[in-house]
Ligand binder design. Structure first.
Ligand SMILES: Nc1ncnc2c1ncn2[C@@H]1O[C@H](COP(=O)(O)OP(=O)(O)OP(=O)(O)O)[C@@H](O)[C@H]1O
Length: 217
């Protein structure tokens, strides 16, 4: 088991942001977390990466290495380090030059390898951060809408890469507004609106959507 969430509740003052949320993530799962603005998706991610504690409920983790790609990546406006330096020296694990070059090629950014981060566009910086998260070789990758600054071509490239990693065994937890991003068939869906509106497979979700109903399965 990668993680088990039991009756997670988060309240800020009088406001309940997450209410009795339960679900499990198994090794190799691709879980899409969906829901409208303000439904508690990012709050749930904060629980998963241990940034906050639940007001009530329990979150149990297996011993897996978590990687995380946030919605808004830190601005690199004043970062004088080069792309290569960021990738080579800012990871806990030592990345080989071969692996770095491979990912730079895959993300079509190899020609920027020795450019300073502050000379790159927002989308290029985001691709460097994506490569950095992949180099840490996590068993579980948590993605909080990380492609906001990417154009459609690189969005596609990114999700192809994530799908390949999932096929190779990496567990993916993906927060998204748009189910057309990333893996749909074969994935699991957790739909939130403070509480769980739906938890099950994409195929079950489609079936219920067609029937015009939602339920926890
Ligand atoms: N630190 C906080 N203090 C008080 N309220 C908060 C705090 N963080 C989040 N909230 C509130 O909790 C609710 C859920 O926020 P959250 O960011 O989890 O939603 P979301 O589903 O990720 O939304 P979006 O799709 O807009 O990113 C919102 O109404 C937000 O205003």
């Amino acid at each position: 088991m990668i993680l088990e969430a039991k009756n997670l509740t988060v309240t800020y003052g009088q406001t309940t942001v997450l209410n009795n949320v339960s679900f499990t993530v198994k090794p190799g799962d691709y879980l899409n977390i969906i829901g409208p603005n303000g439904s508690g998706k990012t709050t749930l991610v904060k629980l998963l990466i241990n940034l906050i504690k639940p007001t009530n409920g329990e979150l149990t983790f297996g011993s897996f290495r978590f990687g995380y790609l946030p919605q808004h990546l830190k601005s690199a406006v004043n970062m004088p380090a080069t792309v290569y330096e960021v990738l080579k020296y800012s990871n806990k694990t030592t990345s080989t030059n071969k692996k770095i070059d491979e990912l730079l090629h895959q993300m079509h950014i190899f020609e920027k390898k020795f450019k300073r981060m502050n000379q790159l566009s927002g989308g290029e910086q985001q691709r460097v951060h994506i490569i950095r998260a992949l180099l840490s070789e996590p068993s579980v990758l948590v993605l909080d809408e990380p492609t906001s600054a990417l154009d459609p071509e690189f969005r596609k490239l990114f999700y192809q890469h994530i799908e390949d990693l999932n096929k190779a065994g990496m567990t993916i937890i993906h927060v998204t507004h748009d189910l057309s991003d990333g893996l749909r068939h074969g994935s699991k869906i957790l739909e939130l609106d403070q509480s769980v509106r739906f938890f099950g497979t994409f195929e079950q979700y489609q079936l219920l959507k067609h029937k015009g109903e939602h339920k926890h399965v």
